[in-house]
Design a binder for this molecule. Sequence first.
Ligand SMILES: NC(=O)c1ccc[n+]([C@@H]2O[C@H](COP(=O)([O-])OP(=O)(O)OC[C@H]3O[C@@H](n4cnc5c(N)ncnc54)[C@H](OP(=O)(O)O)[C@@H]3O)[C@@H](O)[C@H]2O)c1
Length: 323
Amino acid sequence: MRAVVHDTYGPPDVLRLEDVDRPVPRDDEVLIKVHATTVSRTDSALRAGQPFVSRFITGLRRPRRRILGSDLAGVVEAVGSTVTEFKVGDHVFGINPWKFGTHADFLCMRAGGALAPTPAGMPFDEAAAVCDGAILALNAIRPARLRTGQRILIYGASGSIGTAAVQLARSFGADVTGVCRTGSIELVRSLGADEVIDSTQEDFTKNGRTYDAILDAVGNLTFSRCRGSLKPGGVYLATDGLQNLVLTLWTARIGDKRVRFPIPPKFTKQDVVFLKQLIEAGKYRAVIDRRYPLEEIVEATRYVDTKQKTGNVVLTITDNRWS
Ligand SMILES: NC(=O)c1ccc[n+]([C@@H]2O[C@H](COP(=O)([O-])OP(=O)(O)OC[C@H]3O[C@@H](n4cnc5c(N)ncnc54)[C@H](OP(=O)(O)O)[C@@H]3O)[C@@H](O)[C@H]2O)c1
């Protein structure tokens, strides 16, 4: 089968298509023919080996996992001997965190992992773009325990995590303010944001408004900058920055405003099923910026590396000559 592999850390050019052995499912696994996947910011960071400290986990001298990609949508090709939940031919979607490997024609995944039947009528390319951003957004906003009428500000509302967080916070009944650049304002409004702030025109930390929760879905805000925009008892939700781990512990004991940075994030079947139900109820859609065929992985990755994508970048896998 074909897979996108990399043997060194570096720029997108280190990625190349290679013919590799098709994996064989263990007793509790399913073999999935991948029809679509995504290139995420996690894929970019792993490929680049950045931040450097992450190499203590991903491989100090060279990457331990040669094949990246965690989002997936496809068809069950074979099942292990103890699998009862899926059968050959089922359309499935989900995410294979930590093990990766979806940038390939086939992938083996535990049937009990973050995998579920595809939402009714949803094409593979749309289903593939659902899980990474949405489950990271769920991890980030859950500690805020949002209730009807509470106010959340989402900074970076047009990215993969941001577009998901806007819709999820709305579905929890919160009043949502999105912050993004001019070109994404209409999109963020269309996702259900009650208010959208143009970050090129207005600094939300200086407009006097306060929120129950502030989500940094870009990774370049700080708690100290946002503290004045939080209501008493408010919570700052981080997606990046090791200093936020220290601040999580510090603010749990001192002061009336907290920092929460759920790391490592959890990816569960329960969350995939929750998203499927939300989609089927018409309350969630994955935002897709661009689609590339697998063969154009380097171009797709270069675009993700710009940090300017809107929502998600999908890879479609249709040519199976080498399957
Ligand atoms: N905790 C985790 O496990 C985990 C996993 C993956 C990613 N992350 C982190 O989560 C963050 C977002 O990830 P993502 O996948 O949603 O990213 P993304 O899809 O690349 O979105 C980034 C968005 O941020 C905005 N942006 C880019 N540069 C900006 C800047 N200098 N100032 C303000 N806004 C800027 C852009 O929107 P506009 O152009 O409209 O402003 C863009 O749409 C990243 O920091 C990433 O490191 C965390």
